[in-house]
Design a protein around this ligand. Structure first.
Ligand SMILES: C[S@@+](CC[C@H](N)C(=O)[O-])C[C@H]1O[C@@H](n2cnc3c(N)ncnc32)[C@H](O)[C@@H]1O
Ligand code: SF4
Ligand code: SF4
Length: 423
């Protein structure tokens, strides 16, 4: 049997990847080039690169969009939620359970309860209670802007969620709001529920990133550093911002690394965001691992997609999912790494999953967004693949990362080709 491996070569190292089972190894280039076929075969077998594809379970994550109504209207919101959108009356808790049962075949599916603003639903307590009885609270993540989370609501929901993920980009720039939200973060800490902060970075919010990190540090929260994506309202940002997205990303990474280093936060929860774990993928979660259910029964293959052309099914009309959906060329071109035509020649393909399938390729901003974000992605991948050493302590890792990003002169020469080996 012949297996095809992706081979990434720098001056010193060779990385070999079996993109089917996502296993890879890094070896010294000079030594690898001297190996005969038999020794190469042994090496690949001993690291599991010769095995066929991992079996993939369906729907590892399910997003339940409980409503599109929101008490805010963020400039970047990909769902374009706002107070003007009425809370959907037809999406009652009974239906949610039915939809959940139709979608969740696996006992360890992660369930993200989101919106719009999920806490704006009067029946949120009942919904979370029913879901946690079904799946166990530790698998439920509640995404919220937290503005409606008073003591009474927290008491009602705390036993039915494993993690509460709160958006804080509006909080850190408003002293009064911050003071009132801090009481809620402290109250969440007291419940033992895991706290995670989400911070969407655009050219305005970058200025407050350090304050956001201080907050995460203070309340022992995980931290999701999200760069605004051109989806929904996010697509309305100026071309100039997309052209400079890599500068914004770099500035934010440096702010982050400085904060970790200055505060010796190497083992704090918030520092996990920049771990740079390499996870090569042949397809993204949108290709069969994620289902996102909306209030009208629409199911999309990813939490960020609301493009009707990409509809997976509508559970009000059809209670099954037609598997041939994943045979469609337009679906593959959005979610299968090796089918994304804009990425085919990239030397980092598979270690980078390509441009997110939720982003519409037809608009002017796409080229600018791709050009600038890819510059930054490639730098980060070069560091993870060819500079980072497993032997480093956490402190060495953060310091080296910073030094790498500060040094404009590092030459990053990488070549990708295919190596065929007979097993
Ligand atoms: C749509 S919100 C729903 C939950 C809740 N209302 C909130 O804001 O946390 C879910 C997450 O998506 C993030 N988000 C929304 N639009 C985005 C965009 N265009 N790019 C990146 N993240 C975005 C929000 O910041 C939030 O963390
Ligand atoms: S990002 Fe969240 S808080 Fe902001 S408008 Fe969208 S749903 Fe509402
Ligand atoms: S770095 Fe850019 S071009 Fe390369 S695979 Fe990723 S998204 Fe595609």
């Amino acid at each position: 049997m012949e297996i095809r491996l992706q081979k990434y070569t720098s001056d010193e190292s060779v990385i070999l990847l079996n993109s089917q089972n996502e296993r890879w190894i890094k070896v010294n280039r000079e030594k690898y080039e001297k190996l005969d076929e038999g020794s190469k075969k042994k090496l690949l077998e001993s690291y599991g690169l010769a095995k066929s594809a991992n079996e993939k379970r369906k729907f590892r994550s399910v997003y339940l969009f409980l409503t599109h109504h929101c008490n805010m209207a963020c400039d970047f919101c990909f769902l374009q939620c706002s107070p003007d959108i009425e809370i959907e009356k037809d999406f009652d808790s009974e239906k949610i359970m039915k939809y959940y049962d139709l979608l969740c075949s696996s006992p360890d599916t992660k369930l993200v309860v989101t919106g719009g603003e999920p806490l704006s639903r009067p029946d949120i307590k009942d919904i979370l209670k029913c879901l946690s009885e079904k799946v166990g609270k530790e698998r439920i993540i509640l995404q919220t802007n937290g503005l409606l989370l008073n003591g009474e609501k927290l008491d009602q929901i705390k036993d039915h969620i494993g993690c509460i993920e709160m958006s804080i980009e509006n909080v850190v720039r408003d002293e009064k709001l911050l003071a009132s939200m801090e009481k809620r973060y402290a109250a969440i800490n007291a419940t033992g529920c895991v706290l995670s902060f989400s911070y969407v970075i655009d050219s305005d919010s970058e200025e407050y990133l350090k304050a956001a990190l201080e907050l995460a540090d203070k309340y022992d929260a995980y931290f999701q550093m999200r760069f605004v994506e051109p989806i929904g309202n996010g697509a309305g940002y100026s071309l100039d911002m997309w052209e400079n997205q890599d500068r914004l990303m770099k500035k934010s990474y440096l702010t982050f690394l400085d904060y970790v280093i200055d505060n010796k936060g190497f083992d704090r929860r918030y520092s996990a965001v920049i771990d740079n774990a390499l996870i090569p993928r042949e397809k993204c979660g949108g290709f069969g691992e994620v289902a996102a259910v909306h209030p009208n029964g629409d199911v999309f293959p990813c939490g960020n997609i609301v493009d009707k052309n990409m509809l997976l099914t509508n559970l009000e009309e059809e209670e099954t999912i037609d598997g041939s959906y994943y045979d469609r060329d337009d679906v593959k071109s959005r979610f299968v790494t090796g089918e994304k035509k804009e990425c085919l020649n990239c030397e980092y393909l598979y270690f980078c999953n390509g441009i997110c399938g939720a982003i519409d390729r037809r608009y002017e901003y796409f080229a600018a967004y791709k050009k600038s974000t890819c510059r930054m992605k490639k730098d980060l991948l070069y560091f993870g693949m060819f500079v980072k050493k497993d032997s480093w302590s956490r402190e060495e890792y953060f310091r080296s990362y910073r030094a790498f990003l500060m040094n404009e002169d590092i030459e990053k020469k990488v070549k990708r080709d295919v190596e065929k080996i007979c097993i």
